[in-house]
Design a binder for this molecule. Structure first.
Ligand code: SF4
Ligand code: SF4
Length: 429
């Protein structure tokens, strides 16, 4: 192994390729089936073993994670995953901890899956877009019907077998204007402690590749995404901090602590989150499973060589090198870093290409959370729980209420608008 190889990298495995039992309207991966005409879309045991050995050998860290995705990975059947566990034990280095994370739509789960996930400590990502109507808007099955009931059945099995899970919720045109309905459903009905909100920015083109600058009308707008996150943040910071983990809030707190963001989309560079198809083809990223981003096949080139290849380094570095000046001078760049390159399809106000489609939302969100994030980061620096934000905001709110109770009509409005109370919050309708 040369010194130039990365100490660790992630690979998203797609053992069943793009094959899925659902037909979600916004899914960016279903069209990848076209890349492999006549394929069986099943990773064979020889390849599974080869990958397991190479992946473990390549990691120079004591904890590694196997990430299973699709399509729908459970369509490989339970026996495939049992063999995967055997291979992991066979090649595990002394002292190495191996975790498994699997993303599923939940529709295939049953008692056997539940027992297996529990026994092997899988972390399950369950795709749910909110309560029934919001979920069913785009997450439909092959018959065109909403998949909500199937997914909820899967959730029941996860709960029954005490499987660790988090909710992966995509934010799109149908649910973007219902942030609290969505968030409270996850918190109060599904009793989840971990939630991710992933924006749908879906290119409108024939190829299914990251080409062109048109997006479908299922996509969330930048403003909607920002408002969505802000509404949830305000509720979370007042009552759920320390109890419910919302990925983007956690990642942002790291940025306010001066750490490099832990999520690839907010890091200055990327390139250490690759994707491998069912036949061993390795690609630069899950969002770039396209011929131009194919690094090779692990049957021909060792995995670690492809992960360290110049092509991959350039892919990751391009994220930084192409960042427009507008972003470089942005006050929240430390937390945003221009977002994922796949969404950089706008021009900046001064005409430079490469601005993120979600910029308006990112800017509004990161600006909105600045003060509470500073507070939480300070608490952490002093070894106090960041959840103290709830008490701090409650105190601020109480003080504001008192000011409103005392204010006279010609006083400045306590809201800080600079206007007289009688022309602002004290205005008679
Ligand atoms: S292209 Fe986007 S999703 Fe892929 S690694 Fe880079 S930042 Fe992450
Ligand atoms: S908020 Fe907008 S301008 Fe600022 S870094 Fe992010 S994408 Fe660039």
């Amino acid at each position: 192994m040369t010194v130039d190889t990365p100490p660790a990298f992630h690979v998203m495995l797609k053992p069943r390729g793009a094959i899925c039992n659902l037909d979600c309207k916004y899914c960016f991966f279903l069209s990848k089936e076209n890349l492999y005409p006549n394929s069986s879309f099943r990773m064979d045991d020889g390849l599974l073993e080869k990958y397991t050995r190479q992946y473990i050998e390549a990691q120079r860290v004591s904890e590694v994670t196997f990430a299973w995705q699709g399509g729908e990975p459970t369509l490989m059947g339970l026996d495939f995953f049992k063999r995967a566990m055997e291979f992991q034990q066979k090649y595990r280095k002394p002292g190495m901890r191996i975790d498994n994370a699997l993303q599923t739509n939940g529709a295939t789960l049953d008692d056997d899956w539940g027992r297996f996930f529990h026994e092997h400590n899988f972390l399950i990502g369950l795709s749910v877009d909110g309560p029934r109507d919001l979920h069913n808007a785009y997450r439909i099955n092959k018959g065109g019907a909403g998949s909500f009931d199937q997914v909820m059945r899967g959730w029941e099995y996860l709960k029954k077998h005490r499987v660790e899970f988090n909710i992966l919720c995509t934010v799109h045109a149908a649910n973007a204007n219902h942030p609290l309905e969505v968030y409270r459903f996850f918190r109060d009905e599904l009793k989840t402690q971990f939630v991710q909100f992933i924006p749908i920015v879906e290119r409108d083109n024939e190829t299914g590749f990251q080409e062109g600058n048109k997006v479908t009308n299922r996509s969330v707008t930048g403003k909607q995404y920002g408002d969505f996150l802000i509404a949830i943040f305000d509720e979370w910071a007042r009552r759920d901090a320390g109890r419910t983990y919302v990925q983007i809030f956690d990642v942002a707190l790291g940025a306010w602590l001066g750490q490099e963001p832990s999520l690839c989309i907010f890091r200055p560079t990327c390139g250490d989150a690759l994707a491998m198809e069912h036949n061993g083809d390795l690609f630069s990223c899950d969002h770039f499973v396209e011929p131009n981003y194919r690094l090779g096949n692990i049957k021909e080139i060792p995995l670690v060589e492809m992960a360290a290849a110049d092509q991959q380094k350039q892919f990751g570095q391009a994220k930084k090198d192409t960042l427009p000046r507008y972003c470089r001078e942005c006050e929240v760049r430390f937390a945003c870093n221009g977002g994922c390159p796949k969404n950089r399809i706008l021009h900046t106000p001064d005409g430079e290409p490469g601005l993120n489609y979600l910029c308006e939302g990112y800017k509004a969100f990161f600006t909105h959370i600045d003060q509470p994030m500073r507070f939480m980061a300070n608490e952490l620096r002093h070894q106090r729980p960041p959840a103290n934000i709830m008490g701090y905001l409650a105190q601020q709110e109480a003080e504001r209420q008192q000011q409103f109770a005392r204010v006279r009509r010609n006083d400045p409005c306590p809201c800080g608008s600079g206007r007289k109370f009688k022309h602002c919050h004290g205005r008679r309708s």
